[in-house]
Design a protein around this ligand. Structure first.
Ligand SMILES: CC(C)(COP(=O)(O)OP(=O)(O)OC[C@H]1O[C@@H](n2cnc3c(N)ncnc32)[C@H](O)[C@@H]1OP(=O)(O)O)[C@@H](O)C(=O)NCCC(=O)NCCS
Length: 164
């Protein structure tokens, strides 16, 4: 299994994977594959990585620009992220996140934020100090990792593709 950037031929496999991974999730609105499509079309899919095992796409993660209090200051959002249901909890998600962080740092990003379960992302270095908010969500689920500069505070907003 290796992590690589998406290629045009991966698009359908990525959508199938995302649909399969999110289908059983009670918090899913079933729009995650569509979000990736819209990010790609709008030019906001800054990083799109796949976990490839002999040509089979087992995992995918997207990173796109975010704003904090209306300003994009080198911050990116992680997500959606998906791993094939039968291959979850085997380290694929962790490998995708680690590679994504590496790529963001190489791009000179300031940091990365996400909405998610602290148990999943804490090991990769994400945490919350309560200063970043997302609508009225409990700030424990609004996590971030700072690469450079001060820890951010303010309202986190994802790319328009997440809101259409
Ligand atoms: C979330 C998801 C991407 C994680 O990928 P994965 O390959 O299963 O995760 P890994 O095996 O690499 O584990 C990464 C960490 O998450 C933890 N973890 C994974 N699944 C978990 C779960 N269901 N509940 C709690 N912790 C979990 C692991 O213990 C590990 O923690 P560590 O780094 O501190 O050791 C995957 O489960 C998935 O596709 N879920 C369905 C789609 C989804 O909910 N995506 C996230 C919302 S955007």
């Amino acid at each position: 299994m290796h992590i690589r950037y998406e290629m045009p031929a991966d698009v359908d496999a990525i959508e199938d994977l995302i649909s399969a991974a999110f289908k059983p999730m009670p918090y899913s609105e079933g729009t995650e594959a569509e979000i990736i499509r819209r990010l790609r079309l709008s030019g906001d899919l800054a990083i799109s990585l796949v976990a490839d095992e002999e040509g089979e796409i087992l995992g995918h993660v997207a990173f796109s620009p975010v704003t904090i209090d209306g300003v994009h200051d080198g911050w990116f959002g992680l997500g959606p992220i998906s791993v094939a249901p039968q291959r979850q909890r085997q380290g694929i998600g962790r490998a995708l996140i680690a590679r994504g962080i590496e790529s963001l740092k190489a791009m000179g990003a300031s940091g990365c934020a996400l909405i998610g379960n602290p148990e999943v992302y804490g090991g990769a270095g994400f945490s919350s100090d309560g200063q970043l908010t997302y609508h009225d969500l409990d700030t424990r689920f609004v996590q971030r990792i700072v690469f450079r500069g001060a820890a951010p505070s303010g309202v986190l907003r994802f790319a328009p593709a997440f809101e259409e």
